[in-house]
Design a protein around this ligand. Structure first.
Ligand code: GLY
Length: 354
């Protein structure tokens, strides 16, 4: 088992390995002194893994309760969130208890926000079961729900007590869900490390999961330790996300997060280069690696639709938006841009003309 220590306002370990689900009870007992653990999960993950987790927790003397909601981004709304809070209250969960997020990014975001707000904060643990949640959303303490106006518009920075990434759970993922996580994995290569990007290009990521998950968590740790609440450089992690979130919203969330981020990275790379904002044109290389992992490299929406939707992005300020510009593979920079520049980038990034 590998460990990565994240030293934010609250320090916590991320454990990465195989067979961790069935010993999660003892791993949790080493860190958390809860009486009851409230498992939050979705219906798909519930069928696959809840029993293993419950048995392991009970073996260590924890009592358990469980809240299950329907799988998918459509559940990440205020009414499911409100039901979740009511469930915690009906279960008489106290600050001496703990919430456990068992599932992918939606489960982690919602359970984390529930933990941040219920009783003004109870401890929680992330047990991610998708690649996307392991490499990105379970680490760093971003929690949220979507509002009608856009994605992740209500939330909190709230760090977990522990993250347990059992890469064996990735074996049951649909190809599309695995690819989703690869979009965020490739993103780290574009942001920080040419060598890591080349490794993903030259190898089959599914054969190197522990190594890849650990490396991605290290990239994320390094960023959030320096900027926990996104005052500055943490915003780099949003590469491809402004346009990606617009794609998700335009599609009524039928396009998944990773697919949208993949297309978003391609649009910003092409658009920024054509606007003269980058040193190198990384577009072709990006397209090639994303295709290798079965990810889309363009969107079906018009530049007008994407721009309109991007206006509700939470990174938008009255005087513009901070964009992540890929300068070359392994280096990106933040750029405060006026809306007219964002419009130009989206137009040039979605168009075919040179
Ligand atoms: N997913 C981007 C971040 O955690 O900052």
């Amino acid at each position: 088992m590998e460990k990565v220590l994240v030293k934010t306002e609250k320090s916590y370990e991320c454990l990465i390995g195989r067979g961790l689900l069935k010993k999660c009870g003892s791993l949790i007992k080493e860190t958390v002194s809860a009486k009851t653990i409230a498992i939050v999960t979705d219906d798909l993950v519930d069928r696959l893994y809840s029993q293993t987790v419950e048995v392991s927790l009970k073996q260590q003397g924890f009592e358990t309760v469980k809240y299950v909601f329907k799988n998918g981004e459509a559940s990440k709304n205020i009414s499911v969130f409100s039901e979740m809070l009511e469930f915690m209250a009906q279960s008489r969960l106290t600050r001496g208890d703990c919430i456990l997020a068992l599932g992918g990014g939606v489960v982690g975001d919602m359970a984390g926000f529930c933990a941040a707000t219920y009783l003004r904060g109870v401890p929680y643990i992330q047990l991610p079961t998708t690649l996307l949640a392991m490499v990105d959303s379970s680490v760093g303490g971003k929690t949220a729900i979507d509002l009608r106006a856009g994605k992740n518009l209500a939330g909190a920075f709230y760090q977990p007590e522990l993250v347990i990434a059992d890469v064996d759970t990735l074996a049951t993922l649909k190809a599309e869900t695995f690819a989703d996580g690869m979009a965020e994995t490739i993103k780290y290569g574009v942001l920080f490390d040419r060598e890591f990007f080349d490794f993903l290009k030259e190898n089959d990521a599914s054969g190197e999961l522990e190594k890849i998950v650990k490396r991605c968590i290290e990239f994320k740790r390094d960023t959030v330790e320096r900027d926990e609440t996104e005052k500055g450089e943490r915003a780099l992690l949003n590469l491809g996300h402004t346009i990606g979130h617009a794609i998700e919203k335009c599609s009524s969330y039928t396009v998944t997060h990773g697919s949208a981020v993949a297309a978003g990275m391609c649009i910003i790379a092409k658009g920024a280069y054509r606007c003269g904002l980058c040193e190198e044109n990384i577009y072709d290389e990006l397209v090639s690696i994303l295709k290798k992992y079965g990810l889309p490299t363009e969107s079906t929406f018009t530049s007008e639709q994407l721009f309109d939707m991007a206006l509700s992005d939470k990174k938008m300020k009255s005087d513009g938006i901070t964009l992540v510009i890929p300068e070359k593979i392994g280096r990106c920079r933040l750029l405060k841009a006026e809306l007219s520049l964002l419009k130009d980038i989206i137009e040039k990034g979605t168009g075919n003309e040179d």
